[in-house]
Design a protein around this ligand. Structure first.
Ligand code: BGP
Length: 508
């Protein structure tokens, strides 16, 4: 049998992309309520709900043009733009922002978890919205209503024997922390995050065993706001922020290991491995170096427990001195992770010079296009073999168990009149990727613990801010403008995945 007996089959989501209820249950505003990572995102915020100090802050944000129409109850809409290619940010008056209501998991969680159970999920990767627990981030006491919500969600999962895998910060943090401290650029955030984690660890110690600290921690290179609450476009502050995040992650790991020995803590890396564009030595060196700085720096630090030499040199060349304190070395050393988790959507290409090369779309960044690969409707390259390659690379480098916590196809789906969705394209995408996972386990001996397909139920896309980019096994009747009944309908892929789980991947 290729897949281990207790392989964690399941799906993955993030609070800000599916919960909705953005101002319910005592929740504070989070950075995800005012901005997503994509240049095409749209926002609507109800004026009465916005405190004056937030309004002032928002008007100062670097990539945002901000305007209100002065009417009570009207909406403020603005566009973010961190992509140099997309031109000047624009005000978009009165547009609907899907994240605020998303698919309303907050009120539909029982129905949604029942569908996951019907598919046979062994695990569900989800995130806690930090701003539900500490609405302003640095509040003295946690918000009981927020804590109670996740108690209900975990209880529901455990009722069906589904193991929760919880991301502590998935592209969000209380907005106030970004305003007050410039997010993780400030070392104070290490303790603030630690306190939040200590609260949820204690509360859910009997319910949750698997934790991930920061979603795609390496995405800070191109999205420091979404990833770490740093709104200035400043390389030095971003470097500080990721250093502080890794320190925070290490402190939290240490806490878990000392106080909750049954916990397993993982780092989470966006793993778009670069192939060299040609077999020229220069292109290969570029591939190696770019992977070091974009990805390995983060996993090396969190898995091995110290800052790698190539990064120290890179920072020296940039004239950046990290705010390292004496105790940090021991913190990093003691707080290494138990496993590695990755998102895998595509590979990339590295070349010593990209002059004249064709570019392709990607998640937040653009790449050199790979002429050997097909792309999705959203321009992302499709590379199942690259997943096997990535798993081998990571396992050779670290020899730690690996969990694939994101992989999937974002596509336009059609809901037929009889409420079916024939998503054969999604089935073949997943089938091809899972077959490569199987080979990595069976042929290469990689220790893969689990696979949670991204967006197992349709949710709001992170990069485009739209509902119409769908990943789910379950269709949710909601469009980009907020129309729809929110009814849930299993797609063809739902039954396919159910069978794969039932047979533990034997029939792939
Ligand atoms: C990852 C994020 C997810 C998710 C996914 C798909 O980078 O961790 O939150 O959204 O990408 O991206 P998108 O929604 O932009 O298609």
């Amino acid at each position: 049998m290729a897949f281990p007996e207790h392989f964690l089959w399941g799906g993955a989501t993030a609070a800000n992309q599916l919960e909705g209820a953005y101002l319910e249950g005592g929740k504070g505003l989070s950075i995800a309520d005012v901005m997503t990572c994509g240049g095409k995102s749209r926002f609507k915020v109800d004026l009465p709900a916005i405190k004056p100090e937030y309004q002032k802050f928002l008007s100062k944000m670097r990539y945002v043009t901000f305007e209100k129409d002065g009417q009570d109850g009207a909406c403020i809409a603005f566009k973010q733009n961190t992509y140099p290619d997309h031109g000047t940010p624009k005000i978009v008056e009165g547009e609907y922002y899907p994240n605020h209501e998303a698919i309303d998991f907050y009120h539909h969680y029982k129905e949604d978890i029942a569908l996951m159970a019907e598919m046979g999920f062994k695990a569900y990767r989800m995130s806690i919205a930090w701003s539900r627990i500490y609405p302003n981030g640095d509040d003295d006491a946690p918000n009981e209503e927020g804590l109670a919500f996740y108690d209900r969600v975990f209880d529901e999962l455990l009722k069906y024997g589904i193991e929760p895998i919880v991301t502590l910060s998935h592209y969000e943090m209380p907005l106030a922390l970004s305003m007050k401290y410039q997010g993780f650029a400030n070392r104070k955030l290490v303790d603030i995050f630690y306190k939040y984690c200590a609260t949820v660890f204690e509360r859910y110690a009997g319910k949750v065993k698997y934790w991930l600290t920061f979603n795609e921690i390496n995405s800070i290179i191109h999205s420091s706001y979404v990833n770490a609450g740093v709104f200035a476009n400043d390389r030095q502050l971003s470097e500080y922020a990721s250093y502080h995040q890794m320190l925070a992650s290490a402190k939290v790991c240490q806490l878990a290991h000392e106080k909750y020995p049954h916990f397993k803590i993982g780092c989470m890396i966006s793993s778009s491995i670069p192939y060299a564009y040609t077999c020229k030595p220069e292109d290969n060196l570029e591939a190696l170096k770019s992977y070091d700085l974009r990805v390995n720096y983060y996993s090396d630090t969190m898995v091995r427990g110290y800052l790698p030499e190539y990064k120290i040199k890179d920072l020296e060349r940039r004239g950046i001195k990290l705010p390292i304190m004496e105790e940090d070395r021991a913190i990093l050393e003691k707080g290494t992770v138990d496993f590695i988790s990755i998102s895998y959507y595509q590979t990339s290409i590295a070349a010593a010079s990209d002059d004249g090369l064709k570019m392709a779309e990607g998640n937040m960044i653009r790449h050199i296009a790979n002429p050997h690969l097909k792309t999705s409707e959203w321009g992302w390259s499709i590379d199942p073999v690259g997943l096997r390659y990535t798993l081998n690379y990571l396992y050779d480098r670290y020899h730690k168990p690996i969990m694939i916590v994101e992989n999937g196809l974002g596509a336009f789906d059609t809901l037929n009149e009889d409420k079916t969705v024939h998503d054969a394209y999604r089935i073949s995408y997943l089938q091809e990727h899972l077959s490569e996972v199987k080979k990595a386990i069976e042929i290469d001996g990689v220790d893969v613990m689990g696979y949670t397909s991204w967006g197992c139920i349709d949710l709001v896309s992170c990069s485009s801010g739209q509902m119409s980019k769908r990943y789910g096994f379950v269709y949710v009747d909601r469009d980009d403008d907020g129309n729809g009944t929110l009814a849930r309908y299993p797609k063809d892929s739902f039954y396919w995945y159910q069978h794969i789980i039932e047979t533990n991947g034997e029939e792939l």
